[in-house]
Ligand binder design. Structure first.
Ligand SMILES: Nc1nc2c(ncn2[C@@H]2O[C@H](COP(=O)(O)OP(=O)(O)OP(=O)(O)O)[C@@H](O)[C@H]2O)c(=O)[nH]1
Ligand SMILES: [Mg+2]
Length: 369
């Protein structure tokens, strides 16, 4: 049976194996795998888009895994199927996977209605994020109607997660309000909802944090997101609530808020607009990443780069001049000899009308077959 048929087929062990296999295929960088992965995505795409995509971020130890376990089990009890995917910014630095711990989702990870996938153990953040995006589509096609994307709140990973989900939730510790400076402003601006976890430890601190973050969000709204400044009942305004992932206190209220968010976003057309915007941003992100890779692999660039790097470092060539030379070399035929005059007399990237050269001659990315 084809992989796509097994994914679109009935849920059970065979589907689960197919989903895992598909995601492994998506994670592969081999060109022939990439072609198969693209075919698979094309086959699955008509069956995607029906789930709710929830992004969850927070500093290490804030309780993300504990919270997702509590929320996931609750949603499954209501008849949902839940997929959890991780974007791990540390994987690109250390090759390790700090989100690889399934241990704290011990019940969810073995539940037949849940699927948990840690992020690949290596790759750039952009690469990991791209694969998570695609894995999300596989899970949707398999009928997981709630897809949770989890990330540790370090680096740029929150932006990646907010950029692929319908709703972005920031988990905070109860003492967060005491030190608002510690909360990255940019992340706060991304949050559709801030949840203060571990309210069981210190309810007073959590309430203080709730009040402080609420007013911080309001100020941000007045400056950053003008539509949030004026209260309009038909639009969602970022909210703050306190909960305990450990006791389950506040988890139901959390889901009520998510449901309300989803209803309002759907009714106002913002859900669809956000997804359209995300899909195009993703396309451009992939184009830029592909161009960058093709550039670095171009023989002309590879032969010139070391020398120009030195010259720029030593101040003998202006950075912008070097960049222009490399770009013009990369636009030429890839078979240029090192030491040819390309650098001093850059070829023109545009073809003359009536030239006998085909675009294939000019395109370093195209290969026969
Ligand atoms: N008291 C209390 N402890 C909690 C709560 N939520 C999580 N914890 C504890 O906090 C610790 C960290 O929880 P995790 O769920 O592993 O946190 P995480 O955000 O997934 O951490 P990383 O995966 O390292 O980023 C664990 O010991 C949990 O038992 C809570 O609501 N109350
Ligand atoms: Mg965790």
């Amino acid at each position: 049976m084809k992989l796509s048929e097994a994914i679109l087929g009935p849920d059970g062990a065979a589907q689960r194996r197919a989903v895992a296999k598909a995601i492994t295929l998506l994670e592969s960088t081999r060109p022939d795998h990439r072609t198969r992965a693209d075919d698979l995505l094309t086959a699955l795409l008509p069956h995607t888009g029906n789930s709710f995509r929830l992004g969850i971020s927070g500093v290490p130890g804030v309780g993300k895994s504990t919270f997702i376990e509590a929320l996931g089990l609750k949603l499954i009890a209501q008849g949902h199927r839940v997929a959890v995917l991780a974007i791990d910014p540390s994987s690109s630095l250390s090759g390790g996977s700090i989100l690889g711990d399934k241990t704290r989702m011990e019940h969810l990870s073995v539940h037949p209605q849940a699927y948990i996938r840690p992020s690949p153990a290596s790759g750039t953040l952009g690469g990991v994020a791209a694969r998570t995006r695609e894995a999300m589509l596989v899970c949707e096609a398999a009928g997981y109607d709630i897809v949770i994307v989890e990330t540790v709140g370090v680096g740029q990973s929150e932006i990646a997660v907010a950029g692929m989900t319908d709703m972005f939730v920031l988990l905070q510790l109860p003492n967060a309000g005491d030190d608002l400076q510690a909360i990255k402003k940019g992340v706060m601006e991304l949050a559709d909802l801030v949840a203060i976890n571990k309210v069981d430890i210190d309810r007073d601190a959590a309430m203080r944090a709730e009040a402080q973050i609420t007013s911080a969000l309001r100020i941000l709204g007045q400056h950053g997101r003008p539509d949030h400044a004026h209260h309009d009942e038909s639009l969602w305004h970022p909210q703050v609530l306190a909960l305990s992932a450990l006791t389950g206190d506040g988890v139901a209220a959390f889901w009520q808020a998510v449901t309300r968010f989803r209803e309002l976003q759907q009714a106002s057309g913002r859900l669809a607009a956000r997804r359209r915007h995300q899909a195009l941003a993703w396309m451009w992100e992939r184009i830029e990443s592909g161009l960058r890779q093709a550039f670095r692999e171009h023989p002309g660039v590879r032969s010139l780069l070391p020398q120009l790097t030195r010259e720029v470092e030593q101040g003998r060539v202006a950075a912008s001049t070097a960049a222009r030379q490399l770009l013009s070399v990369s636009a030429c035929h890839p078979g240029l000899e090192p030491g040819s005059t390309a650098a001093s007399a850059p070829c023109h990237p545009g073809l003359e009308p009536g030239s006998t050269k085909t675009s294939e001659d000019m395109d370093p990315g195209s290969s026969p077959g």
